[in-house]
Design a protein around this ligand. Structure first.
Ligand SMILES: [Zn+2]
Ligand SMILES: [Zn+2]
Ligand SMILES: [Zn+2]
Ligand SMILES: [Zn+2]
Ligand SMILES: [Zn+2]
Length: 249
């Protein structure tokens, strides 16, 4: 009979049993983890929960990684907070957030190309659009027509910017309807100062319909329904300052 060399807690056994079986099964035997730490076998399970070399599954992206790797510093699916506005957001979305959404990002006025020197945090954009600095720039644009875009036959939509606002002018083939849209037009202080007109031309550029004049701020959606058989070649949208109807359209 012999005592187990790993622990007094094991029962006495004969040498054959120790060699054939117990030496390989004793819960107090020493083992060496892949992290090089030596411990008793029965401590191994607990050790695994913190072993730097154990593999774990990322709670954010389910990738399996070695605990002491830097996965959590680079995991794309993990929420981190924006250093500007502190919003929690996935790491892979932070660049887009800062560029397009973050209210604390500095930006310049969409009318910079027309001379507005405004620069402000994105969250202050509406305040800027209503500021004297900005409105004075809008008022100074006196060339007319201020803007013109044309849909040739076969073109169903044209996108453009009007005073920095994303806009589109479109023609629905099936029901012969024209539509013009401006992003958040009601928030634009200048909208009430502009009129627009939609005119229709034939292939020789003769006017088929000069169109009525409407105020830009009164756009409701569908603009006009023109005759099915009208042999139009192009449809022109003209925007001009109020009371300054263009001489020639
Ligand atoms: Zn033992
Ligand atoms: Zn270990
Ligand atoms: Zn991950
Ligand atoms: Zn932010
Ligand atoms: Zn401005």
């Amino acid at each position: 009979m012999m005592k187990c060399p790993y622990s007094n807690l094991c029962e006495n056994m004969n040498y054959g049993t120790f060699i054939d079986k117990h030496s390989r099964e004793c819960e107090y035997r020493s083992i060496k983890c892949q992290c090089s730490v030596i411990m008793k076998f029965n401590e191994f399970e607990n050790h695994q929960k913190q072993c730097p070399k154990s593999k774990i599954s990322c709670p954010h992206c389910q990738t399996v990684f070695v605990r002491d790797s830097n996965h959590l510093e680079t995991c794309d699916e993990m929420n981190i907070s924006c250093h500007q506005c502190k919003t929690k957001i996935k790491r892979k979305e932070i660049t887009d957030h800062i560029r397009d959404v973050c209210p604390e990002t500095m930006t310049t006025c969409p009318l910079k190309y027309l001379g507005c020197g405004g620069s402000f945090f994105k969250k202050d954009k509406m305040a800027h659009l209503k500021s004297d600095q900005h409105i004075n720039v809008c008022m100074d644009i006196s060339d007319q027509p201020v803007f013109m875009t044309t849909l040739e036959r076969g073109t169903f939509e044209t996108k453009f910017q009007f005073l920095g606002i994303n806009s589109s002018f479109s023609y629905q083939h099936g029901n012969q309807v024209l539509d013009i849209t401006f992003d958040n037009l009601n928030d634009q202080p200048f909208a009430k100062d502009y009129d627009f007109r939609i005119s229709i031309y034939d292939k020789n550029n003769n006017i088929l319909d000069p169109g009525d004049k409407y105020c830009l701020s009164e756009i409701t959606g569908i603009l006009s329904r023109h005759k099915q058989n009208q042999a139009f070649q192009s449809i022109k949208l003209t925007i001009f300052k109020k009371n300054q109807s263009p001489q020639k359209i």
